[in-house]
Design a binder for this molecule. Structure first.
Ligand code: AHR
Length: 541
C-alpha cells in the first residue's frame, strides 16, 4: 500500500516535472522574462578581499597526508612531495589563502614537532589519528608558495602557552641570523622569513579548543596578542567567534576584551572567526549531531532545498555578529572570517576509509558553495577571509584523491568560475524572481528564486547567479543600470540530475561549460537553467 502510494507520488512528480519543463520552454519561446536582475553600477558595496576565496586544510584523515602530501619519493607525480595535481588546480583557481593545521587539531598541536630533520621528528597520537609529523611548518609553507596562497595559521591555545605562540611566530618571521629559531628555519630550507601575517588564536575555544567561557577565552586572547613580536610583519590576529548562533559568546567576549581598564583596542584584532556547517537537514525532527545529518548522495527534492535554507543561515549569523562587534568597534576594524563552511553529511560516501569526515560532492554542494560565496560578495565590506572546509578528501571538498587517482568535484568549478570576483568591487544587485515553492513535510514552504552577486574590475563585470529550482529554468532580463554592454561570455555549471557528481570512473560527469549569448545596450536576456550556477562575464563598453 505504502509502496503504491509512493509510486503514485513519483508518477505525479514526474508529470509535474514534465509540465514545468514545458512551461519553462513555452516561456522561453514566447520570450516573456519571469525574472529580473538589476546591477546597480553606481552602488558599490566594497572591495572583495581575495582571501574570501580561501581554503582550509586540517591534519585530518586524508586531507594533508596522501591528499596534498604524498612525499618526495612517491610514484604519484609531485613537486617536492606535494601532489602536483593539487598544486596545478590551486593555481588555476588562484587560491589566495590556506588555513592550517586545524580545526580541532590545532589545539593539540605542538608546532615544534613539525620542524627540523624529518627523521628526527616525533610521531604523536594526534587529535584525529596518528600524526607522523613529516608535514610541518616548512612543508606547509612550501605548499603555500607552490600553490600561490598566503598562509593562515591556527595556534594552539588549549594546550600551549603564549610563549610557544611567540616562538612559532619567531620561527616563521625572524631574520635567519637573528636568533636560534630564525637559524632553525634557515636549516629547514628557508633563509628568507616566511612573513606569516594571519594568526588564528585558537579554534572553537568554546568546544574542542578548551571548553572555555568567553571571559576565559578573552583572557587567553589578550595574553596571546599583547606585545607579540611580529619581526616586521604587522600581525593580524583572528579571534574565535561563537559556535552556531551563540551571540552571547560574541557579546561577552567583546565586553571582556574591549571595555574596562584592561580593555584592548579593537584595532589590534584583524578578524572574528565564524564556523557554519550545513549539517542539520532533519527539518526540526531532531537536532542531534548524528541523527540530523543527511546523506551526501541519497536525497530527494526536499533535502535538496533544505541545504540552501540551512546554508543560507550564515548570512544572518554574519550580520548579527557584525552588529554586536559594531557596538564595541563602531569603525569596524574587525572583519568577519568565515573560516569553516560547507556541507557535512553522515558517513558512507567517502571514497576510501582513510578519508575521515570524507564525503562525495554533488551539484547540491556546488550550489550551496556558490550561494555562500555570493553571500560573502554581497557583504564585501564586512568580510576579511573565507575558508571552505576542507580542500581535499574531506567535507565540502574541491578535490578527491586516492593513491594516484585524482578528480575535481563540482565545487572546484564554482571556485574556478568565481575567481574573477577576487579583488573586484562588489556592486549592489537586485534579484527579482518567482520564489521556489514546495511541500516541506506536508507544509507549504518557499524561499528565494534566483540570487547571486556582482562585482566590477575596470570594465569587466562579473555576475554570478544561482538558480536553486530543481526543475524550472528562470528566464531573466539582466539590466546593467547606467552601463552599456560590449560583450558577454557565459560559464555554466548544470546537470539534469541534481545528484550528479564525479567519480574516479567518471571524472568528467560534472563540468562547467561555456555558452554564447547576444547582448546590446544595457541589458541581456538569459535563461538560467534549473539547478545551476552561472557566471556572466560582461565587458562594458
Ligand atoms: O572541519 C572539521 C572540524 O569541524 C574542525 O576540526 C572543527 O574546527 C570543526 O568543528
Amino acid at each position: 500500500m505504502r509502496r503504491r502510494e509512493l509510486l503514485k507520488g513519483a508518477a505525479a512528480m514526474g508529470a509535474a516535472i514534465a509540465l514545468n519543463r514545458k512551461t519553462a520552454f513555452a516561456s522561453a519561446a514566447s520570450s516573456a522574462a519571469d525574472s529580473r536582475i538589476e546591477v546597480l553600477l553606481n552602488e558599490p558595496v566594497g572591495t572583495i578581499s581575495p582571501a574570501v576565496y580561501g581554503h582550509f586544510t586540517e591534519m585530518l584523515g586524508a586531507v594533508v597526508y596522501y591528499g596534498i602530501w604524498v612525499g618526495e619519493n612517491s610514484k604519484i607525480p609531485n613537486t617536492g612531495g606535494m601532489r602536483k595535481a593539487v598544486i596545478e588546480k590551486m593555481r588555476q583557481i588562484k587560491a589566495p589563502m590556506v588555513r592550517w593545521p586545524g580545526g580541532c587539531f590545532a589545539d593539540s598541536y605542538d608546532w615544534t614537532d613539525g620542524i627540523g630533520p624529518t627523521a628526527k621528528r616525533p610521531e604523536r597520537g594526534g587529535f584525529w589519528r596518528g600524526e607522523p609529523n613529516s608535514f610541518g611548518t616548512p612543508e606547509f609553507m612550501r605548499f603555500c608558495r607552490l600553490s600561490g596562497a598566503e598562509p593562515y595559521f591556527a595556534a594552539n591555545v588549549r594546550s600551549l602557552s603564549a610563549l610557544a605562540f611567540d616562538h612559532w611566530i619567531e620561527y616563521c618571521n625572524a631574520p635567519a641570523d637573528h636568533s636560534s629559531l630564525g637559524r632553525q628555519r634557515a636549516d629547514d630550507g628557508s633563509r628568507e622569513p616566511y612573513n606569516v601575517k594571519y594568526w588564528g588564536v585558537g579554534n572553537e575555544s568554546w568546544g574542542c579548543g578548551g571548553n572555555l567561557t568567553p571571559a576565559e577565552y578573552s583572557e587567553e586572547f589578550r595574553k596571546f596578542t599583547t606585545w607579540t613580536p611580529g619581526y616586521g610583519e604587522p600581525l593580524k590576529f583572528i579571534g574565535v567567534g561563537p559556535g552556531s548562533e551563540d551571540l552571547d559568546w560574541t557579546e561577552q567576549f567583546c565586553r571582556a576584551t574591549f571595555s574596562g581598564k584592561r580593555g584592548i583596542h579593537p584595532k589590534s584584532v584583524y578578524g572574528w572567526s565564524i564556523h557554519h556547517y550545513t549539517w542539520d537537514l532533519a527539518r526540526g525532527r531532531t537536532h542531534d549531531w548524528d541523527a540530523a545529518k543527511g546523506d551526501a548522495l541519497k536525497f530527494d527534492v526536499q533535502d535538496w532545498y533544505e541545504v540552501f535554507r540551512e546554508g543560507g543561515r550564515v548570512e544572518h549569523i554574519m550580520q548579527s555578529n557584525w552588529d554586536v562587534l559594531g557596538e564595541y568597534d563602531p569603525d569596524h576594524h574587525i572583519k568577519l572570517v568565515v573560516d569553516e563552511y560547507g556541507s557535512w553529511y553522515k558517513p558512507g560516501s567517502e571514497l576510501d576509509p582513510s578519508h575521515t569526515l570524507g564525503q562525495q560532492i554533488t551539484m547540491r554542494d556546488a550550489l550551496l558553495t556558490a550561494q555562500t560565496l555570493d553571500i560573502f560578495n554581497r557583504h564585501a565590506e564586512k568580510m576579511g577571509i573565507g575558508a571552505c572546509a576542507q580542500l581535499i578528501n574531506c567535507l565540502n571538498s574541491l578535490f578527491l584523491s586516492h593513491e594516484d587517482k585524482f578528480i575535481v568535484t563540482p565545487n572546484f568549478f564554482v571556485f574556478d568560475m568565481y575567481q574573477s570576483h577576487q579583488g573586484a568591487n562588489s556592486i549592489r544587485t537586485e534579484f527579482s524572481a518567482p520564489q521556489v515553492s514546495y511541500q516541506r513535510d506536508g507544509q507549504p514552504a518557499s524561499f528565494w528564486g534566483l540570487n547571486g552577486s556582482a562585482s566590477i574590475k575596470g570594465k569587466s563585470l562579473t555576475l554570478t547567479v544561482v538558480n536553486p529550482h530543481a526543475t524550472e529554468q528562470r528566464e531573466a532580463e539582466v539590466v546593467i543600470r547606467t552601463g552599456s554592454i560590449s560583450s558577454v561570455e557565459i560559464a555554466v555549471l548544470k546537470n539534469a540530475d541534481i545528484h550528479a557528481h564525479n567519480t574516479f570512473d567518471h571524472p568528467d560527469a560534472v563540468a562547467a561549460a561555456s555558452e554564447k549569448v547576444a547582448a546590446s545596450g544595457g541589458a541581456v536576456r538569459y535563461a538560467f537553467a534549473p539547478a545551476s550556477v552561472t557566471k556572466l562575464s560582461i565587458t562594458l563598453a
